[in-house]
Design a protein around this ligand. Structure first.
Ligand code: ATP
Length: 308
């Protein structure tokens, strides 16, 4: 039996370029791994089977579309294993369809768990290539820490960070579809008259002030530099998020932003005590389902337990 812990991510910068002819957007994506995470346990089995527990377990598909199952099959196929033979149990804490890359995290965790269970010793570079095949957020869940993602997010560069930052995540009822949020971003750009194509929108780049705030371990400077080009689209599709963002700011957050494509909202706090206070205020505000205080950066998918 092998258990792997894997972090969720928040995008401290999510710059979205214009829509390309192939339908994708170029991104300047600064991923930040937080301690709020899932655990995936692999045990020997027949074929690939899945179970899931946690508050959002009902929303997690338990068929072959689950990224953890796809990861197990992909790793087995890469090594020419005829029968993957694994049962994967997902202990789910990351909100589902919440903009925190929970499915991608489980894909990364399953790669590491199966690699260990099957004694494959796959080099990290190969695991990163397999992760990129599964989805553009999966390689970051393997690496963790803080990283700049380019392209669709899958080309990663680890970034220097000093110390620990304290965060609160407000979990909404229900999810938002990431493709729908990108489409709404394009629609809002067209509606504003600025245009939504690569001819209209400058290619985004990492913000030097944000990179300096991370390297200096300065939460006040990081708060000032946080940005998410998908925020207006997420709030447009789910207007109640404006109330959630406001409630966290009222409770003393240094900054509030939508996490990725939402609807989870992220709040940066000045320290752990402030984070606990903001989380309690958000839970009492009635503007979200629940709120969690956490911290980061933390490492990517890691084996935390093995037994025969
Ligand atoms: P991202 O931030 O990468 O856009 P997200 O956090 O908004 O993703 P996920 O929790 O990854 O969203 O889920 C998106 C969809 O992926 C779900 O609605 C579900 O149908 C599917 N899915 C596949 N595998 C998983 C998994 N292991 N956990 C959760 N959802 C999964």
């Amino acid at each position: 039996m092998v258990t792997v812990r894997v972090p969720a991510k928040v995008n401290v910068q999510l710059g979205v370029g214009g829509v390309r002819p192939d339908g994708y957007h170029d991104l300047a994506n600064v991923f930040f791994a937080v301690a709020l995470g899932d655990e995936v346990t692999a045990t020997p089995g027949d074929g690939v089977t899945l179970t899931c527990t946690g508050p959002d377990a009902d929303a997690v598909p338990l068929d072959d579309s689950n990224l953890a199952a796809r990861a197990a099959r992909l790793l087995a196929a890469h090594h020419g294993l005829p029968d993957p033979g694994v049962h994967l149990h997902i202990a789910k804490a990351i909100p589902v369809a919440g903009g925190m890359a929970g499915g991608s995290a489980d894909g990364a965790a399953a790669l590491v768990a199966c690699d260990t269970l099957w004694g494959l010793d796959t080099p990290l570079g190969t695991l990163l290539e397999l992760a990129a095949e599964l989805g553009s957020d999966v390689p970051f869940a393997l690496l963790g820490g803080v990283a700049l993602g380019r392209g669709r997010g899958e080309i990663l560069e680890a970034l220097p960070v000093t110390g620990t930052f304290h965060w609160v995540f407000a979990v909404a009822d229900g999810g938002l579809s990431t493709p729908a949020v990108f489409r709404e971003c394009d629609r809002l750009r067209e509606e504003s008259g600025s245009g939504a194509t690569i001819q209209d929108v400058p290619t985004p780049d990492a913000d030097p002030a944000l990179l300096a705030a991370l390297a200096d371990g300065d939460p006040v400077a990081l708060a000032a530099a946080l940005s998410n080009d998908l925020q207006a689209a997420a709030v447009s599709l789910r207007p109640s998020l404006a109330d959630t963002l406001h409630a966290g700011t009222e409770a003393g957050a240094l900054a509030a932003l939508v996490s990725g494509s939402g609807p989870t909202c992220a709040f940066l706090a000045k320290d752990a005590d402030a984070a606990a206070h903001i989380a309690a205020a958000l839970r009492a505000s009635g503007t979200c389902r629940t709120a969690h205080a956490t911290h980061g950066p933390v490492p990517g998918a890691q084996v935390v337990q093995t037994s025969a």
